[in-house]
Design a protein around this ligand. Structure first.
Ligand SMILES: [Zn+2]
Ligand SMILES: [Zn+2]
Length: 270
């Protein structure tokens, strides 16, 4: 099996203390053969303030270049980025994604829309006072996904179930009420030859993906990456055995890796 972890962070992300070498070693210890480092580039902070719409590739590129050839035959190390709320300035995002070494871009939404106040979804979800607040967060999130899917600066949509990580589970919310809108978003992903990721969130979310994966597959979706979203070495490839089981159950027989923003399909059982 050629296992890949296509979403994790290092100390080039403000919320991760992990050097790339430690993340890479943890991946190898978990049986992973290829990883793509996807540090954060957010266009908004948790309070809704704008951050630079130009990405400084310096630290991330230097870290990757130092290690890219260190484990020949054991670990393929690729360079990516996770763009947060790139929909705010998609022309600026495109301009920062011309780096020749760049293989892969995750398009994520970590913050609410300006209309909703622009708070980080994590912050907004933790302040939820009831099911109605959670529903409003998901409504706004779907509005933004519909905008994001028509921009260019991403290869896979990041953690589509993101608000469900943080909205209190006691409200019993899932994406089912938004199924038709989600289906239309996924059709637009597929028609562009792009994809989605299965993001285990350091092992915290596996079963929450079942409906999304099954719907995507039913619609003809093929391009799928798997990522742990690890911010620490012990989270690398977290819950991958369970995730692979669900991937098989929902009809996928492969995972994608990327070269120069183009997916390659790797069989998960061979
Ligand atoms: Zn993210
Ligand atoms: Zn991430």
């Amino acid at each position: 099996m050629y296992l890949s972890d296509y979403h994790f962070h290092t100390l080039c992300s403000s919320d991760s203390p992990a050097p790339l070498a430690q993340q890479a070693k943890a991946a190898m210890a978990a049986g992973v053969r290829e990883i793509c480092v996807t540090d954060h580039w957010n266009l908004l902070d948790q309070q809704g303030n704008r951050l630079p719409a130009v990405y400084d590739w310096g630290p991330s590129l230097a870290q990757w270049k130092k290690l890219r050839s260190r484990w020949p035959g054991r670990l393929e190390l690729r360079l990516g980025v996770e763009v947060g709320n790139g929909v705010l300035d998609s022309a600026a995002v495109d301009a920062s994604l011309t780096l020749p070494e760049l293989d892969f871009v995750i398009g994520s939404l970590h913050s609410q829309s300006a209309r909703a106040g622009g708070l980080g979804i994590f912050t907004a979800a933790r302040a939820c006072a009831g099911k109605e607040d959670g529903t409003a967060i998901l409504d706004d999130y779907m509005d933004m996904l519909e905008e994001l899917v028509d921009t260019r600066g991403w290869d896979v949509l990041g953690h589509i179930i993101y608000p469900l990580r943080y909205i209190p589970a006691e409200y019993g919310l899932d994406l089912h009420p938004w199924r038709d809108r989600l289906a239309e978003i996924l059709r637009r992903v597929i028609s562009q030859g792009k994809g989605i990721e299965f993001n285990t969130s350091a092992g915290a979310t596996v079963d929450q993906w079942r409906e999304v994966l099954a719907l995507y597959r039913d619609l003809g979706g093929q391009v799928l990456t798997l990522g742990s979203d690890a911010h620490r070495p012990q989270q690398m490839a977290a819950a991958f055995p369970e995730a692979l089981e669900l991937i098989r159950e929902t009809g996928f027989r492969w995972l994608c890796v990327y070269r120069s923003r183009t997916p390659l399909f790797c069989k998960i059982d061979s």
